[in-house]
Design a protein around this ligand. Structure first.
Ligand code: AOS
Ligand code: ZN
Ligand code: ZN
Length: 425
């Protein structure tokens, strides 16, 4: 299934008048505040968020999986699904692959399928948390941190292979997330595990093409429950610093213990020029991988507030923007449309923060006013602005409604059947 420009227009038609009314009202309000609407719209249009190839099918928990049908079974079908999202919201022009859940066979066919729907390739993810088919030794007790050099070598080789795959597709970054850790005190030596990880990452780093980045993800627990080798941003940052200029920290929003101040982590990483990318999602308890903005939208806004300020005030390179979510109840494509909208909304809210007044409030220790300034931006309903930016890019005013009007899921089920299944989790 492919969505045409005519179809987009047809879904916009019945909503145009009310959208215009809402947008004009907002535009007037924003202009009165001295904001430049054209610039805001341009920034929102330029902001593209990569879709993870593993989030297009129904996820699941260890207790079960309930597919909604019509799932993409091949990499090309996954790319086509992202093409559908991108046609609707003009905001997701990239896919992030996970090897070996995605194994490109015919590169020409994949590149062509991607070009047809205007999709490029963001960071490629390696996978050393599962044994691969035919693998001689197991990752059961770790990969890059393992005490067994033979296992570490398999894991290093896999990461190098992922780089080679990414190169053929035009990716510019390798994301490394390691499950390595321990479930019981005494199970392994913290120091040896970290040293092994560092040495292995060094070897992989040496294979990075000149214009590539290595993005190092951290996570406090799970699948192991006592310790994780790269447990927090500090450990990721330490490794990134030791490795060199091409290594950065990747912040997955769900990879923090409850109530962690993520916006402060973002600010500090930007100060050091080491913020490499995001895995956006939301969570209540742990790595819940819920729809972005569904639980803590204010936190998301505060993160974007640091990002927007950091873009101005630091020389941190542009981070990679990716979603990392799992959909157990909702239609994955609807969920991703909601996530992208939530991210753009938080970005828009951060863009209208009156930074000068905030700096002035900070300089005069005016705590109440500093809070007022942030909340003024957060509580302004900017949905019409985000919709307008998407409409001007050729997308739809109401992505979820359009998705339903155009009967996308029904069509995918007809084309692929009820039982089709994406590889991976
Ligand atoms: C795992 O918790 C991390 O979020 C990784 O990014 C992982 O590769 C991805 O979530 C797929 O499971
Ligand atoms: Zn992640
Ligand atoms: Zn995760």
């Amino acid at each position: 299934m492919k969505i045409t420009a005519d179809q987009i227009q047809s879904t916009n038609k019945p909503r145009e008048v009310s959208h215009a009314r809402e947008f004009n009202f907002l535009a007037e309000t924003l202009e009165k505040k001295g904001l430049n609407l054209e610039q805001l719209i341009q920034k929102l249009q330029d902001f593209q968020i990569a879709i993870p190839s593993w989030a297009l099918g129904t996820g699941g928990t260890r207790f079960g999986r309930f597919s909604g049908g019509g799932e993409p079974a091949t990499l090309i079908q996954k790319i086509q699904d992202i093409g559908i999202l991108h046609a609707l919201n003009r905001s997701s022009d990239c896919v992030s692959l996970h090897i070996p859940w995605d194994i490109p066979q015919d590169y020409d066919a994949i590149l062509q399928a991607a070009a047809e729907v205007e999709i490029g390739f963001d960071a490629v993810n390696s996978n050393t948390f599962q044994d691969q088919a035919g693998q001689s030794l197991s990752y059961k007790f770790g990969s890059l941190a393992n005490q067994d050099q033979n296992i570490r070598e398999i894991a290093i080789e896999h990461n190098k292979e992922v780089i080679r795959i990414g190169e053929k597709l035009g990716s510019k970054a390798l994301t490394v997330w390691l499950a390595d850790g321990s479930s019981f005190p005494g199970q392994h030596s913290f120091r040896k595990a970290l040293q092994n990880t560092h040495e292995c990452l060094q070897e992989i780093y040496q294979d990075l093409p000149i214009d590539w980045k290595m993005l190092i993800e951290y996570k406090p627990y799970e699948p192991y429950f006592y310790s994780t080798v790269i447990q927090d941003w500090g450990t990721s940052f330490l490794l990134a610093n030791k490795l060199g200029d091409k290594a950065y920290t990747l912040v997955d929003l769900g990879h923090h213990l409850p109530n962690t101040n993520i916006e402060q982590i973002v600010a500090n990483l930007m100060t050091e020029g080491k913020l490499g990318g995001f895995h956006f999602n939301d969570s209540k308890y742990g790595d819940d991988d819920l729809t972005v903005g569904s639980i803590k939208p204010y936190q998301l806004f505060l993160i974007f507030n640091e990002l927007v300020a950091g873009f101005e005030e630091t020389s941190n390179p542009a981070p990679a923007w990716m979603i990392d979510a799992s959909h157990n109840l909702k239609d994955p494509l609807e969920d991703l449309l909601q996530s992208v909208e939530a991210i753009k909304l938080a970005y828009a809210q951060a863009l209208i923060v009156d930074q000068n007044s905030l700096h002035a409030a900070q300089a005069s220790h005016d705590v109440s006013m500093a809070q007022e300034i942030l909340q003024e931006a957060f509580r302004t309903d900017l949905r019409p602005l985000v919709r307008e930016s998407i409409r001007q890019s050729g997308g739809t005013i109401s992505p979820i409604q359009a998705y339903r009007d155009l009967k996308v899921r029904e069509t995918l089920i007809k084309e692929r059947g009820l039982d089709s299944k994406a590889s991976g989790l």
